[in-house]
Write a protein that binds this ligand. Sequence first.
Ligand SMILES: CC(=O)SCCNC(=O)CCNC(=O)[C@H](O)C(C)(C)COP(=O)(O)OP(=O)(O)OC[C@H]1O[C@@H](n2cnc3c(N)ncnc32)[C@H](O)[C@@H]1OP(=O)(O)O
Ligand SMILES: CC(C)C(=O)C(=O)O
Length: 795
Amino acid sequence: MLPDPSQKYKPYVPLNLKDRQWPSKTFTKVPIWLSTDLRDGNQALANPMTIEQKTTFFRQLVQCGVKQIEVAYPAASDTDFQFVRTLIENNEIPDDVWIQVLTPAREDLIKRTVDAVAGSKHAILHMYNATSPTFRNVVFRNSKEETVALAVKHTKIVRELTEQCTAKYGTKFKYEYSPETFTQTEPEFALEVCEAVKTAWGKAGTGDDRIIFNLPSTVEIAPPNHYADQIENFCRNISEREKVIVSLHPHNDRGTGIASAELGILAGGDRIEGCFFGNGERTGNVDLVNLALNLYSQGISPGLEFSDLPSVIDVVTQCNDLPVHPRHPYAGELVFTAFSGSHQDAIKKGFEAQKIRHQEAAAKGEPQYWDMPYLPVDPLDLGLNYEAVIRVNSQSGKGGIAYLIKQHLHLDMPRKLQVAFYQIVQEVSDREAREMTVEDITTIFRRAYHVGGPAFKGRLSLHNFKLSSEPEEDSPDNSGDDSIRRRRFDGTVSVDGVLRVVRGDGNGPLSALLDALRTHLKIDLALREYTEHAIGEGENTSAASYVELVPADDRKSHKSWWGVGIDSDIARSGLRAVLSAVNNFIGDKPLPELKLTVGFNSKTDQAYVASVIVNSLGLELPRKLQSSFFEVVQRAARESNGEISIDAVTKLFQTTYGYNTEVKSPKLALQSSKSFKMEHLDEGRRAITGDIVFFGEPKTVTGEGNGPLSSVLAALHTQLEGTLKIKDYAEHSIGEGSDVVAASYVDLVYEVPGKKKTSAWGVATDTDITTSGIKAILSAANGLELVSKKVVNGK
Ligand SMILES: CC(=O)SCCNC(=O)CCNC(=O)[C@H](O)C(C)(C)COP(=O)(O)OP(=O)(O)OC[C@H]1O[C@@H](n2cnc3c(N)ncnc32)[C@H](O)[C@@H]1OP(=O)(O)O
Ligand SMILES: CC(C)C(=O)C(=O)O
């Protein structure tokens, strides 16, 4: 570059326009749009469009609502001529669309041009000749007078030929004249030529009969304010202004084509010629899509339709084989995208605030205005979605990531979790030096917080649980005062694939689970923050819970572990969140292993024994059965020097409760698992008729009760002395899908007058829940000293 460019380049000569009006004007009207994609756009392509491409493009322009389309320079090539003929002969041109054709000021070429449009309903004949000093002197070697004469002579030819065409084919014409290189032409001379042309045309009227003077910045040589001055000057000084449509044809050599067009409109322009996405000679013609959407963003309907902008981009780029730049206004792939943290944060907050504002406006019947940081228009209006609005890389912050998690997983993370998760994503993004896709982020989230299915399970996961606030009967805090009753967690947790029965107490379910983990797994954490929200509505609502855990002995710790839980049940979602955070705390630290030690002082031993049973038999024993069986195990352990193997514990369970083992001469048994019929009576009552073997003798018995189990007891009472009562009942499923079976646990109490009250547990499984309950009752009854009525009668 030159050290002193003034020695090579002359600045533009400003127009001394007094009292210019355009700077204080605002947009109030929409210009007439003329697309010159198929002419100026086409002539600038290395490979001009084929007839098929031009036809596709033309249809797209019509679909977008463009009513004036410069379709060709028919004298230029057979393709261009034939294209115009094809449009006409195939009736492609809607009645309200004017095709426009360009011709130089040469009689033979004007004739060819008029021939091209003959028979079309409407046509704008556009003639041009350059008027600036350089063109007069260098290209045409014409004086000013000769330049005017050229324009006048050929305007008259245009008039004559178009009138002949109208007479012969009925084609209605408008005339457009362009003083090419207008912006480099002396303003008074441009006016002089146009006045002469208007006179030569002789038919300029008002309304539809206006002559079009197209004032091109053939090469953009000055800033847009200068163009606006030139346009205002022309508008003020052209005679019979009402008979003239002032058309603008900005190019973009200085990159200010849009500004020139907009200021030119403020300065009096009525019409704009341009191309979609700014194709055209050199740096292109002004972009009509950009201009139209600029108006739209000001609340002015542009009269052009871009509700499906991606399809328009597809058609245009396929036809002219030019890409749309990713930063191109409105149309670029990245223009509705924020990578940077502060932009993302503002957009996220903007969407949240706007949602509330719109709800309030809707309630008052007021317009729901778009007011979003960094997004001048709503991408949805253009057929885009919010997917691309926030994209994440190493420049992003917590707000953007939280936005994506909310959009895609519907999780509204608390602020501190946003910070914690951001650090995880940031670390990956930095390490891999690439953009994080939505898929990356959601996968990182699922992995970090163990949500979203078995693939993301942590080392600890919730298998089953029961929460109770009632203290056990034998519990010391059985005070009856609800306010001081604590919550109790009894559950089964999978730890590295092994089921562990754990139990704990706390002020709430989460602290009860934490107590259980402290007791059984030596994980000593406390809850510092807990939040929850609903996801979805109606029947499909689920709950999302977020917990922050800290070391129990340092509640103000700067180090904490976050967890997330999602479940249809709110309590389970909170418990899952605790385990999610615990998983993050333990990492790959070793945990106390499950080993069977039966002692007499350790509180944990009952749970260990229960853990053995859940792993070997899949049975999740209710807490009271755990205690009851624990006593059995203790007795057995005493008899074997305090040592007892896991296999022996399992066998002991089976023989004690007759579970899955052959019981010799059972006192009571179903003849077969289908040997009963349960009927539904009024008010939820049930009646059973069953074939039951009583002390070796098959009997058909009946009974009625408030539910299936009480009807069974009624049936048993027909044969037994005294009363059987169910003190405790629990059930759960084992397995999944078609392999699922029901497990039932019954604690049965038996009272016979004159005898000590006794009780026993029964356990059974069956594919049918009722059968498993009946079997559990019979299993429990077998552990009791039953007195048969027959025996009593026989005495
Ligand atoms: C700013 C614009 O976009 S204007 C439109 C530009 N578009 C095109 O040029 C595409 C179509 N053009 C063509 O196919 C050809 O140029 C044609 C058919 C018009 C003319 O082709 P040719 O006769 O071979 O001439 P050529 O292409 O060399 O054009 C230059 C001649 O046209 C003259 N000329 C240029 N513009 C005009 C005009 N508006 N009116 C009359 N003559 C003109 C030049 O002075 C020159 O004349 P010369 O040969 O006597 O010196
Ligand atoms: C023909 C004219 C209008 C033109 O294309 C230009 O000046 O850029």
